[in-house]
Design a protein around this ligand. Structure first.
Ligand code: 5GP
Ligand code: ZN
Length: 140
């Protein structure tokens, strides 16, 4: 546990959080500043700042919790869909440095965008650039 981490303190029960589900390695609670009713955060119990720091078994459990909860969250607020995402790193907008998966209920006509709204003006790469990037990812 990181003493100065707000999510570690919620997991430990040191500060109140509206916990909605718990598994061996994951805890889910309502976001305090929701983007929509039912906005839920799913976090690993242990403190890992970035996704790639989470050991495989704990990451699998985290995703299993996301998989299980998505339907519950959508149904609880009678939503039409759910946006699921991680701001993985400061440049991606991560403010709390304890990995968390956002489940944001979505409603027809809610005015929100898809993930493509993150950078709608991004330049499209050429086929050669796409090949190069795919190679780099395979080799990483
Ligand atoms: P990030 O920008 O790091 O991906 O998202 C952090 C999220 O944590 C935000 O949606 C914010 O509303 C939420 N948050 C920040 N502080 C607290 C807190 O003390 N309790 C809860 N439940 N959520 C918080
Ligand atoms: Zn933490």
């Amino acid at each position: 546990m990181a003493e100065d981490c707000i999510f570690c303190r919620i997991v430990a029960g040191d500060i109140p959080g509206r916990i909605v589900a718990e598994t061996d390695h994951a805890v889910a609670f309502l976001d305090a500043n929701p983007l929509a009713p039912g906005h839920t955060l799913v976090v690993p119990r242990e403190h890992y700042a970035r996704l790639d720091e989470i050991p495989a078994e704990e990451a699998a459990d985290l995703f299993a919790a996301v998989h299980e909860l998505t339907d519950s969250v959508e149904g609880a607020v009678d939503a039409d869909a759910v946006s699921i995402g991680i701001n993985d790193g400061e440049a991606a907008g991560q403010e709390v440095p304890h990995t968390h998966v956002h489940l944001v209920p979505r409603f027809e006509g809610d005015g929100g965008g898809p993930f493509h709204a993150i950078n709608p003006n991004s330049e499209q790469p050429s086929d050669a650039e796409l090949d190069e990037i795919a190679d780099a990812i395979r080799d990483a």
